[in-house]
Unconditional design. Structure first.
Ligand code: TYM
Length: 401
């Protein structure tokens, strides 16, 4: 399972102060090994990968490359699946103007899991979270973004029959009773220690984690039987599961939700994750080909000061976002990826050529994605559940009169 190393961020972290990972902020060069210890998660072992292979017949590149690298109870959920028990997938999005390529990483993997395991997906848009955080000026503008971001999700090819999407403020009649049951077991001091909330934190934010946690139990409530839940997401969302959902599950008689965590796709700057708050170093799915090209060509690289030096010493792929774009999304073939790595580090491949090749691939990807995104507009109602009692009726099945 040898793939060219991806210790981009972790290799640069020198101490605990170098990075911050919370559900609302990821800063600095994340030490992913330390994070596993800090959060108390488990690394995905070779044994677990073999279990995956036994079930799916292959090991997805994200697993092989350790982009998805950490978990909670993944072994448990795979064991239950092997014993004939189905599970559902749960993931989501805090809606904002732009979806970037980093957001697509957990969703692409979720779609793969849906296909391989035939699992239903529950997808939550937390318009309330964005409003309460202050990233969005109003619930309406957050909701509008949710409808726009949904196009990106649909464009990835999820099965409408097995995918249930909701926007928090439109689905509260169903969600609130579950969130209230959770909230009864969560104290302010627990939340202060999990999320670092302070006395000045607004009470909406203090209640909100119970709503993100509620989806872990939603299908069990709606279907009247316990159903295991698997959450694919980047590791920043873990505090919701560790501190809230997994904490209260046994008290409410539900299974603890399982998780599979990914690392962050980097931005095009020097270090740090791809983030909408740094638009010049993020590729948005709605960027025009020209903008994509400009951003990629202006990327930071692991190159040397002069061509001569680079020919002599080679470039530093491990700290280069351009290399990592191939690693995450733009070179599926391991042998080809290894060739890019070797050509880079040996000085055969120069950064200008490498960036130009990447720019072509990213442009092509974004153009195709945008076409699928446009087509998605026609089938939005096949994904969104309406907040009627019973909870899972799709809008497309409800007549409008
Ligand atoms: P949000 O909108 O911040 O992020 C959406 C998803 O993208 C992941 N992510 C990334 N993954 C890889 N590389 C990156 N650079 C990168 N940046 C973000 C996030 O981990 C997330 O999976 N509160 C949530 C919305 C939510 C949710 C959930 C997410 C509600 N329920 C269940 C995951 C699972 C949020 O604001 O995500």
């Amino acid at each position: 399972m040898e793939v060219v190393a991806d210790e981009f961020a972790s290799s640069q972290a020198t101490n605990d102060q170098d990075y911050v990972v919370t559900p609302w902020q990821v800063k600095g060069n994340v030490d992913y090994d330390k994070l596993v210890e800090q959060f108390g998660t488990s690394r995905i072992t070779d044994e677990l990968l073999h279990k995956f292979k036994k079930i799916t017949g292959e090991i997805h590149p994200y697993l092989k490359r350790k982009i998805f690298y950490s978990h909670r109870d993944l072994d448990w959920i795979l064991n239950r699946y092997e014993a004939g028990e189905e599970f559902f997938l749960y993931t989501g999005r805090g809606p904002s103007e732009n979806v970037h390529l980093g957001h697509l990483i957990p969703w692409i993997f979720t779609k793969y899991l849906q296909d391989k395991f035939g699992a239903e997906l529950y997808f939550q848009f937390t318009d309330d979270e964005k409003f309460l955080l202050g990233t969005k000026p109003s619930i309406d503008s957050a909701k509008k973004s949710a409808y726009d971001n949904l196009l990106d999700l649909i464009a990835l090819g999820f099965d409408p029959k097995k995918t249930f999407v909701f926007i928090d403020t439109e689905y509260m009649e169903t969600m609130y009773p579950i969130a209230a049951r959770i909230a009864k077991h969560i104290t302010l001091s627990m939340e202060k220690s999990i999320f670092g909330f302070e006395n000045s934190t607004n009470v909406g934010m203090i209640f909100f984690p119970t709503i993100e946690a509620a989806t872990c139990f939603l299908p069990s409530v709606l279907k009247g039987k316990n159903i295991p839940c698997l959450i694919p997401a980047a590791i920043d969302q873990d505090p919701y599961w560790r501190g809230i959902a997994r904490e209260v599950a046994p008290k409410l008689g539900f299974y603890k939700p399982a998780q599979i965590h990914c690392k962050f796709m980097p931005g095009l700057g020097q270090g740090g994750k791809m983030s909408a708050s740094q638009p010049e170093t993020a590729i948005f799915t709605t960027d025009s080909p020209n903008v994509v090209e400009k951003k990629v060509l202006s990327s930071f690289t692991g190159g040397r000061a002069t061509v001569e030096e680079q020919r002599k010493l080679g470039a530093q792929a491990d700290i280069c976002p351009v290399y990592h774009y191939y690693y995450y999304l733009f070179e599926e073939n391991d042998k080809e990826l290894e060739r890019i790595y070797n050509d880079c580090t040996s000085g055969t491949l120069l950064c200008g050529d490498c960036k130009a090749m990447l720019a072509e691939r990213v442009k092509e990807y974004v153009i195709k994605h945008q076409e699928k995104r446009e087509k998605a507009r026609e089938i939005v109602d096949e994904f969104i559940v309406a907040d009627v009692r019973g909870g899972l009726k799709k809008r497309s099945t409800i007549s409008r009169g």
